[in-house]
Design a protein around this ligand. Structure first.
Ligand code: EPU
Length: 428
């Protein structure tokens, strides 16, 4: 049982270096299975989900060697399909990528049902639709998703009914070595889709159009290993941008691609935050009051759902009424209860949270109900002169590399403490 203790009220000042992107690292690690060769992946974030993915790969028979803190060598020549451990795959949503990668390599796949942040229903019907279109028979039974393309996978046309990041990536993984050409329509545009396609192309794939509505994949017989560096994590960067704004601080956030941050920067500027863009960094400062603002989450290049809870904290601090509408994920307002514990005035109706901002927040004992919710509570705590205690922090560590160290370096008073189970039970 670990908790974060945040004693806030100090503006953050200094420089934060952003790590590689979680949601690109995970599909790229898993995509390396398709190469049946040795891949070196650089700029890997040191987070729980990456360790989990590497652990699953190792259990499948891959040889994993850390060449440095952020570089891994994956030799997938000896990998075996159909044996991913259920207790591990059930811990993260990105496990779905083992389905596409196994199918692409062995024409069949057996993977336990994926887990991840609890946002209510997280369907995989579009993934299944893509596998079926490519010629696989798919069944879900006994907690497993099984796919088999007895006659091999064949290029096809796939139209997604919803814009899905995971579905788009899985369709690319399954079709990259299929016979013929696959066209994905209504594809997701996120930078991690482009990064995964770039990785596969570096390994010899023929993928064009990644980053647009239509992705074309001309199947190739073989892929080969490569050395590839993951793009910076735009959500980690956005989280520190909001931390700077929330604490009236000044942060230089480096190792970013400013273009990926445009929707976040635009909203922060509307709120009165100053942002200077450089080639691979952004400087974020706030000195005046925060203006209220309305935000609707949308697939990229719209405002990311993964920044929604962090933006909610800023809305608590802004004067007046702000409206935050969630259009991507079914149920992503669980953190609202936790912010209410800190004195926030928020009402949720349907898919919109209405923030009556401006009242000071107060320190409380709160739970990191999911990954981005946890990051939002850290930011809230950083604004409060007094103690905020955040439990269930493994959610935060699934996606943020060394968050305590990075925040401490820029002046935050935050530490991780270990509670014994009995102490935790006394408190419950
Ligand atoms: N959907 C379906 N059917 C499907 C797939 C998705 O109805 O077969 C729906 C989902 O229920 C959801 C919407 O489509 O309402 C979008 O889901 P998507 O498939 O795009 O999301 P995902 O692949 O499950 C990834 C990220 C999430 C991020 C979303 C949206 C990874 C590992 N996860 O999830 O990241 O919120 O895209 O951008 O890449 C996070 O990092 O905190 C996180 C939750």
């Amino acid at each position: 049982m670990e908790k974060l203790i945040v004693n806030g009220g100090t503006p953050l000042r200094g420089k934060v270096q952003i790590s590689g992107m979680k949601n690109a690292a995970l599909p790229i690690i898993i995509a390396s299975l398709l190469t049946e060769d040795v891949c070196v992946i650089e700029n890997l974030p040191a987070i729980i989900d990456v360790s989990l993915a590497l652990n699953i790969m190792e259990r499948m028979g891959c040889r994993i060697r850390m060449l440095s803190a952020d570089t891994v060598e994956i030799d997938s020549r000896g990998a075996v399909g159909g044996i991913t451990p259920v207790e591990l795959v059930s811990q993260m949503r990105a496990s779905t990528y083992f389905m596409g990668a196994e199918l692409g390599r062995w024409n069949e796949s057996k993977v336990g049902y994926p887990g991840g942040c609890d946002f209510g229903v997280r369907a995989i019907d579009q993934h299944i639709k893509a596998f079926e279109a490519l010629g696989a028979e798919v069944s879900v039974d006994g907690g497993y998703v099984r796919s088999k393309a007895a006659g091999g996978l064949r290029g096809t046309s796939i139209y997604f009914d919803v814009v899905t990041v995971g579905g788009t990536i899985n369709a690319m993984l399954a079709s990259v070595k299929a016979k013929g050409t696959t066209v994905i329509e209504n594809a997701a545009h996120e930078p991690h889709i482009v990064d995964t396609a770039n990785f596969l192309n570096t390994c010899g794939a023929h993928i064009t159009g990644a980053g647009t509505d239509t992705i074309k994949i001309r199947g190739v017989e073989k892929l080969h290993g490569c050395t590839y560096a993951i793009i910076p994590d735009m959500i980690e960067a956005g989280t520190y941008m909001i931390a700077a704004a929330a604490t009236s601080g000044a942060l230089l956030i480096s190792n970013v691609i400013p273009k990926h941050l445009e929707s976040i920067s635009a909203k922060l500027e509307e709120m009165g935050v100053l942002i200077e863009e450089y080639d691979d960094s952004v400087y974020v400062t706030r000195s005046g009051k925060l203006n209220h603002v309305n935000v609707k989450t949308l697939p990229y290049p719209g405002f990311p759902t993964d920044m929604q809870p962090q933006m909610g904290v800023l809305m608590c601090l802004a004067d007046g009424m702000s409206y935050l509408s969630e259009t991507v994920i079914e149920n992503r307002f669980k953190y609202v209860n936790e912010l209410q514990r800190m004195g926030a005035n928020i009402r949720v109706t349907g898919h919109t949270a209405i923030f009556d901002g401006g009242a000071p927040l107060t320190g409380a004992k709160v739970r990191a109900v999911d990954l981005r919710a946890g990051a939002a509570l850290v930011i809230a705590g950083l604004t409060i002169p007094g103690i905020t205690e955040i439990s269930e922090i493994d959610h935060i560590e699934r996606g943020y590399e060394n968050i305590v160290g990075k925040l401490t370096n820029v002046g935050a008073d935050i530490r991780k403490v270990i509670f014994s189970d009995s102490l935790a039970a006394d408190e419950a």
